[in-house]
Ligand binder design. Structure first.
Ligand code: FE
Length: 242
């Protein structure tokens, strides 16, 4: 695939516009549009559908092997959608945009909705063709302003991701004014719940890395910078401050 084609597909997938099976479902059901955010713009139907992975399962190897990605995407991530759809079947929540449900829900519905949304966001935070390198523009400036330098930000993010106790997520999030912060959050935690906009995330549940890295979460966290999708993070940061 040409780089330009991949980028177009990746950005569209990141915007939640090209989801498998969604067009036909949308045609046959009453659909509503959610607000446009970097992962949203989804067409909502009566159940929640797992977005297509924006690259092949082996595309991020050796950082994430095909086997690791298969279990993570097809078993864990898919499982959250299955459980969520079971919990909300026949209820008004089933018709809400996923992002809105994450903000409003509590308990089991929140856990599964947030895990469904967080993973979809996470896949877009990595890119096989364009990953790594440095951020540009407003995001680069904000990282330097709020963390001192890109290197200091990356070290702090990887360290917090490594030392987060138990299962959870390391987030880079922005407030409405564009101030960035690193938020380590347990379990299904997400900045959406605190009214902040996700810019970047790393899944540090053991299921995210155990096949490839066993107990060495630090190597998984440090390697993230080789595949990180700065273009996506930048779009999320622009949306957060628009
Ligand atoms: Fe995960």
């Amino acid at each position: 695939m040409q780089r330009r084609e991949f980028l177009a597909g990746s950005i569209a997938a990141g915007a939640g516009l090209l989801l498998p099976g969604q067009a036909s479902a949308a045609e046959s059901r009453v659909a509503t549009k959610s607000a446009s955010q970097c992962l949203e713009g989804e067409t909502k139907t009566m159940s929640f559908e797992q977005p297509k992975l924006p690259y092949a399962e082996d595309a991020l190897a050796p950082y994430i092997s095909k086997e690791q990605m298969f279990y993570h995407y097809e078993k864990h991530h898919a499982g959250y959608f299955t459980k969520l759809n079971g919990l909300v079947e026949g209820k008004p929540e089933a018709e809400m945009p996923l992002r809105e449900l994450v903000v409003q829900a509590e308990g089991g519905v929140f856990n599964n909705a947030a895990q469904a949304w967080n993973h979809s966001f996470f896949w877009n935070c990595m890119s096989p063709s364009d990953g790594g390198g440095q951020p540009k523009g407003a995001l680069a400036d904000a990282i330097e302003r709020d963390f001192g330098s890109l290197k200091q930000f990356q070290e702090q993010f990887a360290q917090l991701a490594t030392t987060l106790f138990g299962s959870g997520w390391a987030w880079l999030a922005s407030d409405k004014q564009g101030k960035l912060e690193i938020l380590p959050m347990s379990n299904a935690g997400t900045p959406l719940k605190d009214g902040k906009e996700p810019v970047l995330t790393l899944d540090v549940w053991e299921h995210a890395y155990y096949i490839d890295y066993r107990n060495e979460r630090n190597r998984f966290a440090e390697g993230f910078w080789d595949v990180v999708n700065w273009d996506f993070a930048q779009k999320c940061y622009s949306d957060a401050t628009a």
